[in-house]
Design a protein around this ligand. Structure first.
Ligand code: PLP
Length: 352
């Protein structure tokens, strides 16, 4: 009998499992009722995250989607306009929650290849005061950028964007689901990278490998108001220190190792770029996400063939596929993936 080979799951860094140390910390976590701010482990995680991010306060939430939703609803009110990238997660992958639940209007600006929004275009999208116009309230930036192959946006851009926004009375929210990947890639303390934004959310349950959870950070006043919105959307939890315990372990042990994921992603992109029928620029891979195009074949069929051969990838629409490296994916898995991809792409099967 042959031993079945393990599936290499590159669909997302959300497929990561908690580490043994996280599981131990979760089992032993001291808990209380977080609805009354009584959970000491949550309180410790929030204080630690705020300190790390250089913000006055922070709040644990169930997911990145909830973190963005609560932040947007805290910044704006029904009828207000929020500027987002046309390839942003907030616009494309969060079920339109800010509009559906908060009445906010999402105004799209083209996302550049490097994940930024051109600031002249942003300025042009800001409404002038006028009876017939909605009020532009907020600018959202995504760093690293999911659909732009995990591109990292540097501090110079964050600072320019914030000064443009501030000049027009807008706040800036950062969808920093993977901000620790950006900080590691730039070799900059995360606080320096987020110092110019008014609020941000980051995910514990992606490259940092926690089972559940994200954190929103900002001024004490912002977080106090955000706590009320979190409760409104059903996000106030009780003995949630069990989850926060994993978050504390993640911040202590899982940030520096993100560099391994970045090295693996670069190795993957460079290998893919030499295969026939793949279009990928390894130079554009800053962190752990490799978005690439399949040429002359149907991307869905290629994804299915990869899956049948033991490699799971995610579809990004049209010819685009995505592979994401993470905890649990080793260099040997990357080499195996490249072997499988080569076999699939050079197959003469009529299904391809
Ligand atoms: C950039 C970005 N923001 C927000 C989210 C949402 O996070 P969650 O899946 O925890 O809701 C994701 C998830 O992949 C993401 O990539």
């Amino acid at each position: 009998m042959t031993t079945p080979t393990r599936t290499i799951d590159l669909r997302s860094d959300t497929v990561t499992h908690p580490t043994p140390e996280m599981r131990r910390a979760m089992a032993e976590a001291e808990v209380g009722d977080d609805g009354w701010s009584d959970d000491p482990t949550v309180n410790r995680l929030e204080a630690r995250a705020a300190e790390l991010l250089g913000k006055e306060a922070a709040m644990f939430v169930a997911s990145g989607t909830m973190g963005n939703l609560v932040s947007l609803l805290t910044h704006g009110t029904r009828g207000d306009e929020v500027i987002v990238g046309d390839e942003s997660h907030i616009l494309l992958h969060e079920v339109g929650g800010a509009s559906a639940l908060g009445g906010l209007v999402l105004r799209q600006v083209q996302t550049e290849a490097n994940g930024t929004l051109d600031l002249d275009r942003v300025e042009a999208a800001i409404r002038t005061p006028g009876l017939g116009f909605p009020t532009t309230r907020l600018l959202c930036i995504e760093n690293t950028h999911n659909r732009r192959s995990g591109r990292v946006i540097g501090p110079w851009y964050m600072s320019d964007a914030a000064s443009l926004a501030g000049g027009f009375g807008l706040a800036v929210h950062l969808d920093g689901a993977r901000i620790f990947n950006a900080s590691i890639a730039l070799d900059l303390p995360v606080a320096e990278l987020v110092q110019d934004v008014d609020s941000l959310s980051f995910c514990l349950s992606k490259g940092l490998s926690c089972p559940i959870g994200s954190v929103v950070a900002g001024t004490s006043d912002f977080i106090q108001r955000a706590r009320k919105i979190r409760r409104m959307v059903g996000g106030a939890m009780r003995q949630v220190g069990i989850l926060a315990a994993a978050g504390l372990v993640a911040l202590d042990t899982m940030v520096d190792r993100l560099k391994d994921d970045h090295d693996n992603a670069r190795r993957l992109a460079s290998g893919l770029s030499s295969l026939p029928g793949m279009r990928v620029d390894p130079e554009a891979v800053d962190t752990n996400i490799v978005v690439f195009a399949v040429v002359n074949r149907d991307a869905g069929t290629v994804a299915d063939a990869l899956e049948n051969a033991g490699v799971r990838v995610s579809r990004m629409g049209g010819p685009m596929l995505r592979m994401v490296t993470h905890y649990g994916i080793e260099e040997s898995d990357i080499d195996r993936t490249l072997e499988i991809a080569e076999t699939v792409l050079t197959s003469r099967s009529s299904a391809l």
